[in-house]
Design a protein around this ligand. Structure first.
Ligand code: C5P
Length: 229
């Protein structure tokens, strides 16, 4: 059975992304193509990964006027990706336009909303005019995503229990995952795979613990085992 692992192929060099993918088994995990790799390598690399059997999370976090986002989502759906995402702060009309565009596509990827980037704290939110605490803004954007019919949210595993309780139909995609032996490095912001799954995460996005490991294949196997407990 496929694991909840999504390996982030965060490379500027398509050759490095292909080499990493060659170490992974598409029956055991999915892969994420983000802004760096997509800007460098484009849709061709996404197609090549899919041809190898990988389901691809296209992490481009669209945020624009509704028409533009709808067209971008349509293009992503045509590309055949498994999951794509948009910024929930783009507003209700933008989210609804994204939903309609994906629904109208022959292939229907999971449409995921980004709430508050984990790089933003209360002070940073204040600078852009949001005076509510981060958790309140996350819940506001989660409710907007639910109302617009999105399939899930990107969130920190720390937010997963509350979001899962309030929005049980949304799937939760969580970055900030670290292997058990590394968890003490940054205990506040990270979680082990087992803890994140127990908190309500459905998919775990993992980059450097695998891609920057001395032995990525071994690190991937250890992560798979860690998902099992
Ligand atoms: O930290 P790591 O290399 O595991 O990150 C994997 C992916 O998770 C990155 O591609 C990044 O886009 C995403 N990420 C995130 N929020 C964080 C940390 C990482 O969205 N706080």
């Amino acid at each position: 059975m496929k694991s909840p692992l999504i390996v982030a192929l965060d490379y500027a060099d398509p050759g490095a992304a292909r080499a990493m993918a060659a170490l992974l088994d598409p029956s055991q995990c999915r892969v994420k193509v983000g802004k760096e790799l997509f800007t460098a390598a484009g849709p061709l690399l996404v197609e090549q990964l899919q041809d190898q059997g990988f389901e691809v999370f296209l992490d481009l976090k669209f945020h624009d006027i509704p028409q533009t986002v709808a067209k971008a989502c349509q293009a992503a759906a045509r590309l055949g990706v498994w999951m794509l995402n948009v910024h929930a702060s783009g507003g209700k009309s933008m989210l609804e336009a994204a939903r309609e565009a994906v629904d109208a596509s022959g292939h229907r990827p999971l449409l995921i909303g980004v709430t508050v980037l984990t790089s933003l704290d209360a002070a940073a939110l204040m600078q852009i005019g949001v005076s509510d605490p981060v958790a309140v803004q996350v819940e506001r954007l989660a409710a907007l995503s639910t109302a617009a019919g999105l399939d899930g949210l990107v969130c920190s595993a720390r937010e997963a229990p509350q979001l899962k309780a309030a929005h049980p139909d949304l799937c939760l995609v969580t970055p900030g995952i670290r292997p058990p032996e590394h968890i003490a490095d940054d205990q506040k912001r990270t979680m082990t795979p087992a803890a994140a799954l127990a908190a309500g995460a459905d998919y775990l996005v993992i980059g450097r613990p695998i891609t920057a490991a001395a032995d990525p294949a071994q690190a991937f196997s250890a992560m798979l085992a860690a998902c099992a407990g």
